[in-house]
Design a protein. Sequence first.
Length: 472
Amino acid sequence: MNTKKIITTCLLLLGTMAVQAQELIPFKEDFSIPAKFGFKDKNGNVIIEPLYSKVGKFSEGIVRLELDVLDVVSWEYRDIKGNRIGKLSFTGAKDFSEGYAAVQMGNEFDGNVRAGNWGFIDKTGREVIAPIYNNAHSFSEGYAAVQSIETKKWGFIDKTGNEVIPFVFDRIGEGGLFPNENSRMFKDGKILVRKDGSEFFIDKTGKGKYDYVSNFEEGLARVKLNEKWGVIDKTHKEVVPPRYDYISTFFFNEGLASVQLNKKWGFIDKTGKEVIPLIYDYADDFKDGKAIVEKDGKEFFIDKTGKEIEDNNAVFNKMATAYQSGNFTEAFKLAEQLANKHNADAMNLLGNMHAQGQGTKQNYGMARSWWEMASNKGNAAATGNIGLLYAQGWGVPQNMAEAEKWFKKGADLGDPQSMFNLGNLAFQKGNLTEARQWIQKAKTAGHPQADVALQQINAASANQQQHRRDKN
């Protein structure tokens, strides 16, 4: 048995436990306004006095603390024993990482020349990299991102302060109001940067793997390499290797992205699987479960399985054509299809076909049911057709008063036939003035028989006048 190895292992474990036992617990001073924070050990002993308006977490055995004295804010560092690191306070401070901390120097540091600039200190509080930067992030993998005062561009330095990647980037890491600070540090030899409106990863030589990286959406981004497009996730893993001629800008809309290869379009899912073959001459993005595509000069919609579907307008036109050509069976089937999608015009046509026995058995009850559904959706023609049921006594007792009521509702909604029917009722009552008014409205609304009806009214009016003259 290797006793030395066992002893070494035990010592390492004990050492780890000792460090963990020294971890301090933040606490808030009772009744302090504004709140003041400090740290205690596990036994409740105060190690860092509650003097601070904000406290961070220990990083490499050191914590950063914010002091707010008469609205003058400054930062300082203390170790796990409560000892202050260095003699300086800073106007900005970040956690220690790889033995260094990025700090923003205050006026007390060096007059006005360095005031407000960022540099780095070590764990003794000693300046190791001069404060000559507009901003700075923490070290990781030996590099730190820093921002030039003159150009406001970002680059990278090593721990000696030497520039290792030029100052050419507009941003380091994630954007947004609350970016992840870890995204501003190298991880596994790469880091996200932004330049000239494009986001992409670079390695520690400053070179990017891709020619272009789009903004991330739902954890994915389009990438371009040697004129080919692919998709990566936020860990820089290639979900779709760059092999397509193009990937839609609004990629993975409703879970699918349109892609092009060799002048043909199809769709992939978020795993990169081609779920709809690349057989189309053009393909738009999915919206409401369907996408418009073009093939052999024909445009049509497909669903997410690639099956062709027709939009309501195309189905309606087919329905109208079938009805006008006397193909009532086809018209009835298409009308049912549209009515089930709440199309009021199709509901009205179903009412008409049930009333006349076209494509189905004559059924006035079904006719009224469809007309009422269409009327409830504001369909003017269906509203007037309900009046026709009462006027003709179709499935209901004949009731001219009820018919007139429904005709007036239809006319108010703009139905020319209802206007015409009201004119006809007034004519039958001998009220030629009212008849002329309604027929004139029907003519204005485009009723094809209005002119003939007006001629009849005018002739009847002339006969009435002649009759009066003869009596006199």
